[in-house]
Design a protein around this ligand. Structure first.
Ligand code: FES
Length: 92
């Protein structure tokens, strides 16, 4: 199991199986990451991986439509397009 810390929700901590989708963990555990489409289209779930960016999977083409290279470099992702390979802390 991996740990997800929702910094935008008073540091609430949830656990989930490896390879879980970040937005799905947030929905299941009431983590609070905003969302609308759930499918990489609206950009509402834009968030920042403050710790553990190395524990996320590769950036998707859909994410590049909403995030600049500079944003990606500072750990921003779309939660609905991000899968977790290890512990992360996320803000939004
Ligand atoms: S919820 Fe719309 S892009 Fe993630």
């Amino acid at each position: 199991m991996i740990r997800v810390t929702f910094l935008g929700n008073d540091g609430k901590v949830a656990t989930a199986p490896e390879n879980s989708n970040l937005l799905r963990v947030s929905l299941r555990e009431k983590g609070g990451i905003p969302f609308k489409c759930g499918g990489g289209l609206c950009g509402t779930c834009k968030c920042r991986i403050e710790q553990g960016i190395e524990n996320t999977d590769a950036v998707k083409a859909k994410e590049r439509k909403h995030l600049t290279e500079a944003e990606l470099a500072e750990g921003r992702r779309l939660a609905c397009q991000t899968f977790l390979l290890g512990d992360v802390s996320v803000s939004w």
